[in-house]
Design a protein around this ligand. Structure first.
Ligand SMILES: *[C@@H]1O[C@H](CO)[C@@H](O)[C@H](O)[C@H]1NC(C)=O
Ligand SMILES: *[C@@H]1O[C@H](CO)[C@@H](O)[C@H](O)[C@H]1NC(C)=O
Ligand SMILES: *[C@@H]1O[C@H](CO)[C@@H](O)[C@H](O)[C@H]1NC(C)=O
Length: 470
């Protein structure tokens, strides 16, 4: 009996705590950090769609990685996190694979990314504005190749394939005492057999690196006995072996069966061939956000969205990318994403994000600054407004790589306008003529011009006004 009551109590407790989890999100015990200027913390209630508390997951002399955790909940799907990677000039992000797919956006700088695609090492140089996808489980490394330039990357971390709830799990391939490569976990005998080298050699190779996940590249040939270069040498050897092997004309399939699983394991890290600087045929190319002409453009700003039709690798991720640039005071008309949850990061300028609850009450009205991140659950109406002081640029990810068709709730292309007929007039209980006049007053669509400044309306809400009119 007692346990049954406890059981019921537990269920009740769970039912009531779920919405709390949804609204309050996670609480970080670890070091917290405010992104950008986003105003003092304080009223949490008013910022429920801000992703505010980033967690530093990597910090070395060479750079840092911060993760803003997304939310988990019904209808939202698996959470997407947003990562901010900063690398000093001439640094390497040590080869690793992680349990999440990444879509990288090069915010500033130039980089070279090397990763294993279909068993081959692909190296690709990326510049500011480029978008590139790294699938979960693929080994990759990143090098800052911008001369004397810091490298800033913003990425989506898609956790749909991840091992746990926590940010993401990195498995280092290179490393030493810090970071510890996954290989270091095997028995010594396994390693000596697998690599066919002495224990001394292993201890040297797997014990040197102490610099952490982001390390400075050393220019001199003399000091290149770290795991990284050793792996490169191994790769070279593999490549030669492969060539030999193909020249020998042996049956590949048969060999693959005989091959010790360890070698396959290594192959998946090391690749057989260097396809650097090929013309993009045969492996996924990057996509530059700024090279494309806008999907929408008027005097008040422009926007574009990239989906799987523009950049094929997005199909695997189920994630789209968008970019918006509003002129001072302009507004992205109130709209809804019927099929996607949207994550946004402010690139420059100051703006306001307004989100409303499905019941027509204000959920959030927050000023945002460079580096701030926000999220808008699917179905929730929202708009973004540039401050009058200058342009407002933001970009982000949507959880649907299919063409996302936002439904606009105001402006010339809005549903209110499209459905403009006796039914709509009846719905608002006004004459058709009056309704038409109302919905046709705004001639612009999607990105709307600033309204004359009206200080007396600041913070004013509709409902109290209705009472005075009535
Ligand atoms: C291991 O190394 C030795 C000496 O370097 C070499 O003779 C031998 O063939 C190697 N074995 C394998 C399986 O590669
Ligand atoms: C965004 O728009 C502003 C002007 O409104 C312009 O100065 C700026 O260069 C634009 N940004 C990009 C990346 O085009
Ligand atoms: C609307 O919904 C939100 C969230 O569910 C709730 O906090 C708020 O009180 C509701 N407002 C009204 C007027 O019902």
């Amino acid at each position: 009996m007692g346990s049954s009551i406890m059981h019921k109590f537990l269920i009740l407790f769970l039912i009531f705590s779920i919405p709390m989890i949804l609204v309050n999100g996670y609480e970080e015990e670890e070091e917290e950090h405010h992104h950008g200027g986003g105003g003092g913390g304080g009223e949490r209630r008013g910022k429920i769609f801000m992703l505010e508390h980033s967690k530093q997951v990597v910090k070395t002399e060479g750079g840092e990685v911060r993760i803003l955790k997304g939310y988990r909940g019904r209808g939202i799907g698996t959470p997407m996190h947003i990562g901010f990677i900063l690398m000093e000039p001439n640094t390497l992000y040590i080869p690793q694979y992680i349990d999440s797919s990444l879509i990288l956006f090069v915010r500033r700088g130039e980089m070279r990314i090397g990763w294993i695609y279909e068993d081959k090492l692909v190296e690709k140089d990326l510049k500011t504005g480029d978008i590139y996808r790294i699938p979960a489980g693929s080994a990759f490394y990143m090098v800052n190749i911008g001369k004397g330039q810091r490298l800033q990357i913003i990425c989506s971390v898609d956790t749909s394939e991840s091992l746990g709830d926590d940010t993401f799990q990195a498995f280092y391939i290179g490393g030493g005492t810090y970071p510890t490569p996954v290989l270091a976990g095997f028995e010594m005998r396994t390693l000596t057999t697998a690599f066919n080298v002495s224990t001394d050699e292993l201890a040297t190779i797997l014990g040197r690196q102490k610099g952490g996940p982001i390390v400075f590249m050393r220019g001199s040939e003399s000091d290149q006995k770290n795991v990284w270069t050793s792996l490169m040498k191994l790769k070279q050897k593999e490549r030669e072996e492969q060539r030999q092997f193909e020249e020998d004309g042996e049956d590949r399939e048969q060999e693959e069966v005989k091959e010790w699983t360890w070698r396959k394991f290594l192959r998946s890290f090391i690749g057989k061939e260097n396809k650097r600087r090929e013309s993009g045929v045969g492996y996924p190319d990057s996509y530059n956000l700024y090279d494309r002409s806008p999907d929408f453009k008027n005097n008040y700003g422009w926007s574009l969205a990239i989906d799987e039709n523009d950049y094929k690798p997005l199909r695997h991720s189920g994630i789209g990318v968008y970019y918006v640039n509003l002129t001072a005071g302009s507004m992205m008309a109130p709209h809804v994403n019927p099929t996607a949850t949207e994550y946004g990061v402010v690139l420059s300028g100051v703006g306001t994000i307004q989100v409303v609850f499905p019941n027509g009450s204000l959920a959030m009205n927050t000023e945002v600054h460079e580096g701030d991140a926000f999220w808008i659950p699917r179905y929730f109406p929202f708009c973004q407004i540039a401050s009058r002081s200058g342009a407002f640029e933001f970009f982000g990810f949507t959880t649907s790589s299919r063409t996302n068709r936002p439904q606009f709730l105001a402006g010339a292309s809005s549903v209110l306008r499209t459905m403009s007929g006796p039914e709509m007039a009846a719905a608002f209980d006004v004459s058709l003529e009056r309704y038409r006049k109302f919905v046709e007053a705004q001639r612009e669509s999607i990105i709307l011009p600033a309204w004359p400044e009206t200080p007396d309306l600041k913070g004013e809400r509709l409902r109290p006004l209705i009472k005075t009119v009535a």
